[in-house]
Design a protein around this ligand. Structure first.
Ligand code: 6MZ
Length: 372
């Protein structure tokens, strides 16, 4: 495992709340008044068997439908400013600790009037979490916005003792949840535009794929595209003939999953060269793919289609990006060199400019010398 951890990696498909640590989820659970109320109603009078709770949260192999029920529970527990800040800090530190040198983190801005939370204040809590990261130096403000007195200005390379500290780039994508209305989706895009100077670079369309219709989100996505935001779409996570083709016609910069495609759609995807974010463990655990041997990674990899391995929800699916690389290597018989190249190729598909890409090329080059 050590080798997979030390290899530099690029994470492009990670949902903030799906990447939550188990320990933080448990902490949030026992600090939620609702939980104690539940315990009371159940007649437990506040006596909780932690191992039982842990079992429920850690349960493996949930169907896709069950996963979205779990997300609703997670959101009840984690949607307050303090917890959002904590999760953001921890998730970034967790990715950085396994040598993720560039991380695109996506999250759905949430509104909850009862606790004074707007989509904007939710995102401010996320930014607070980025600023709270101490384990590594992070760069989250694109260069053109990074003025000298920017709150994000970090002593990038040199720590006080003169040694080079590890650096991780973080960029944010705002997710539109498929349950949202057109107006709510447009509000998210406007927020993304306002927060460009704070590391927001794009828009993601996600949420339960059995809910909502493409036409509901199209106006917001078109607006985002016109304004120059990058776009990635969860596409073909369930069979949906009405959606896959219009999504591919829209020409997003990337798509996630791409599981349930018809022959013609595979052809269109390959011609379009739209990069695909592949989430192996997620696809297997949600039973979207019955066995890893038949995963479409193989066909796309052999066709030299642009691909990037990602975690999706490292917390919920108990995985890590290092683990995804190791899994692909074992399952598809690819050597370390091929996996290293696969990771490096991800540089091409990041939602950041040439300067960042150049830095990452350098990081991979120097790692290649050390690892070989
Ligand atoms: C579609 C998913 C997802 O936004 O609250 N999400 N959407 N497919 C998936 N595959 C399993 N995994 C996560 O993170 C959690 C939210 O991300 C989306 C869902 O909308 C989920 O509620 P945030 O940080």
């Amino acid at each position: 495992m050590e080798w997979w951890v030390s290899m530099p990696k690029i994470e492009l498909h990670a949902h903030l709340n799906g990447s939550i640590r188990n320990s933080t989820l448990l902490y949030a659970l026992i600090h939620t008044p609702l939980f104690w109320e539940l315990a009371r109603v159940l007649g437990e009078k506040g006596v909780i068997v932690f191992s039982d709770v842990e079992h429920v949260i850690k349960k493996n192999d949930r169907s896709l439908g069950e996963v979205f029920k779990l997300f609703d529970l997670i959101h009840i527990l984690t949607t307050d400013h303090k917890t959002v800040t904590r999760i953001t800090k921890e998730v970034v530190e967790d990715f950085a600790s396994e040598n993720v040198v560039y991380l695109e983190l996506r999250t759905t801005p949430k509104k909850n009037d009862s606790i004074g939370m707007s989509k904007q204040s939710y995102m401010e809590a996320v930014i607070e979490g980025l600023r709270a990261v101490t384990a590594v130096d992070i760069d989250f403000v694109p260069h053109k916005f990074n003025t000298q007195d920017s709150l994000n200005t970090i002593a990038m390379n040199d720590a006080c003792d003169g040694t080079r500290r590890k650096k991780t780039y973080v960029r944010l994508l705002l997710s539109i949840d498929r349950r949202e209305t057109t107006e709510a989706a447009i509000e998210t895009v406007k927020l993304a535009l306002e927060m460009r100077g704070l590391g927001v670079v794009g828009i993601d369309l996600s949420g339960n794929p059995d809910v909502g219709e493409w036409n509901t989100f199209l106006p917001a996505l078109k607006f985002a595209q016109e304004q120059g935001l990058y776009i990635t779409l969860h596409c073909g996570e369930v069979p949906n003939r009405q959606e896959v083709q219009p999504m591919l016609d829209f020409l997003p910069q990337r798509i996630g999953h791409a599981i349930f495609f018809e022959e013609e759609e595979w052809r269109q995807l390959k011609t379009s060269k739209i990069p695909v974010e592949i989430c192996l463990t997620s696809n297997i655990k949600t039973e979207s793919i019955s066995s890893i041997d038949i995963h479409h990674f193989v066909d796309l990899y052999n066709a030299k289609h642009p691909l990037v391995l990602c975690t999706d929800d490292a917390g919920v699916f108990s995985t890590s990006l290092s683990n995804e690389y190791k899994l692909a290597s074992t399952a598809f018989g690819l050597g370390k060199r091929e996996m290293f190249e696969l990771a490096r190729n991800g540089i091409e598909f990041i939602f950041a400019g040439d300067e960042v890409k150049q830095y990452l090329v350098g990081a991979f080059d120097s790692a290649a010398k050390k690892l070989n």
